[in-house]
Design a protein around this ligand. Structure first.
Ligand code: IMP
Length: 457
């Protein structure tokens, strides 16, 4: 039986957790395939709020297995905190949670590197990372010689490997710290070993070869739900580099992160907020540093789940979202937080950029070009009605429907789900878009306004 992917099409925080929670009912296994404790999911269920980070929100449902795959970077202490938090509220992990033995482990040096290196040494603009050691851990994974995977914590040579790495890291960190004129305490290999050996014992019942587990499950006809973390515009390869996270957070990361080939996925849902937000540095062409931005931030409670940082807010960017909808192979769209826009006299959609006097509908590959992009807006009438109790598409105010229809038109994909509040019930489900069988037409091409990359400008 085929699988479903839920992919954020903006800069993260698109309320994917709520959607995953809703869809979990129709699936046997929920799979988290990239990122780490930088992600935060909020799920509201029967009036109770759950804040999850690495553990998929499927954990709240009986009979669902939650799998954290090898594409994830895993901080054991943080996972254990999450497990404890869930267990203290009556959610038992039992055999419901599997952690890949291939997942790379976040150590204290990764967190120290993250805090030392973000922006300050290169002299450039800070990425504004979550400070959870995500980038440095992925860097060590790709570099290979200083990396430790979850399965390695159980090997007899763990203590020696760790001792060697701590020696190297102490030298590297001292060099970076002195270049940045910062004082830094030395890492203590024995103390780190004891902490991680203790964490490993706690996690032992959950550690598994998740690649084999998922391949068996797919071949047995189990229904898989892949839960993306962050948003496609933060994708390391296809996002607004270098203001991105260090994994493939768009749809392209599903197969590499989980080990499950794309042939097992037949429904890709692109999740969008009804407006734009971004947390951290980097370009956000439609940003509203004014009363509208404030309005969106306060009504949408736009403060980071993990870091509590206020999110930057702006109008819906159809150029960016169309790019990521294509990149992630999206079949249908889920528009979240539509209720936040109530009360605005007019709403705007960016449908092109002006860059250096040229009109562009292709998302630029370089962040500097995107920084110079001036949005070209379509202005639509707003609506005053409170949407939080609306349960049918046809019961939405006409202006809200027009807004959604225009988003669907610009992205070339139907809006099949609309969220009007945090609760499960505050969701409008339209006619299901059938499984991908090759009959869905590709999005109608937009007129091409090529914007050359600086390399061939
Ligand atoms: P990192 O993933 O901690 O390295 O942070 C890199 C960039 O991604 C920063 O701009 C973060 O604010 C952003 N980021 C990371 N995780 C999330 C998320 O879950 N939601 C929104 N932004 C995120």
């Amino acid at each position: 039986m085929p699988g479903t992917c839920v992919i954020g099409l903006q800069w993260g925080d698109e309320a994917k957790g709520k959607l995953v929670d809703l869809l979990t009912e129709e699936h046997d296994i929920v799979v988290r395939y990239q990122g780490g404790a930088n992600a935060g999911h909020t799920v509201v269920c029967n009036g109770q709020t759950w804040k999850l980070s690495l553990i998929p929100s499927g954990i709240l449902r009986d009979g669902v297995t939650c799998v954290v795959t090898g594409g994830v970077v895993l901080d054991p202490a943080s996972v254990i905190r999450e497990m404890d938090g869930l267990e203290s509220r009556g959610v038992s992990m039992g055999s419901k949670l599997l952690l890949s033995d291939r997942a790379h482990v976040v150590f204290p040096w990764h967190i120290a590197e993250d805090r030392l290196l973000d922006g300050s040494l290169s002299g450039g603009e800070a990425i504004g990372t979550t400070g959870r050691g995500i980038g440095p851990c992925y860097r060590d994974k790709v570099g290979r010689s200083l990396a430790i995977r979850l399965g390695d914590l159980y090997r007899p040579d763990f203590r020696d490997t760790l001792g060697h790495i701590v020696e190297v890291k102490n030298r590297l960190l001292a060099g970076w710290a002195s270049a940045g004129h910062t004082a830094l305490a030395e890492l203590d290999a024995a103390a780190i070993h004891d902490d991680y050996a203790r964490h490993a014992e706690r996690l032992r019942p959950h550690v598994a070869d998740t690649t084999a587990f998922l391949l068996d499950a797919a071949e047995e006809g189990k229904r898989l739900l892949f839960e993306g973390a962050q948003g496609s515009l933060l994708d390391i390869d296809h996002g607004t580099f270098p203001f991105v996270t260090s994994s493939n957070s768009s749809g392209v990361g599903v197969a590499s992160g989980s080990g499950v080939p794309g042939r097992w996925v037949d429904r890709v849902i692109g999740v969008l907020k009804a407006y734009s937000t971004r947390v951290g540095g980097g370009p956000l062409p439609t940003e509203q540093s004014n009363a509208t931005g404030e309005y969106l931030r306060e009504r949408g409670r736009e403060y980071g789940t993990v870091t509590r940082r206020p999110r930057r807010c702006g109008w819906f960017d159809a150029v960016a979202a169309r790019y990521t909808a294509r990149l992630s192979g999206v079949d249908e769209l889920s528009v979240m937080l539509l209720d936040v826009l109530s009360g605005l006299d007019e709403v705007r959609i960016c449908s092109a950029y002006e860059i250096d006097g040229r009109r562009v509908t292709q998302f630029p590959s370089h962040a500097d070009d995107l920084k110079r992009a001036v949005p070209v807006y379509e202005t639509l009438p707003g609506w005053g009605e409170d949407l939080s109790a609306v349960r049918g598409y046809d019961n939405l105010p006409r202006a809200a429907r027009n807004y959604l229809d225009r988003i669907g038109e610009l992205l070339g994909r139907p809006v099949s789900i609309v969220s009007v509040g945090p609760d499960r019930e505050q969701t409008i489900l339209r006619d299901r878009v059938g499984p991908r069988d090759g009959s869905a037409a590709p999005p109608k091409p937009w007129p091409r306004h090529p914007h050359p990359s600086p390399a061939n400008a």
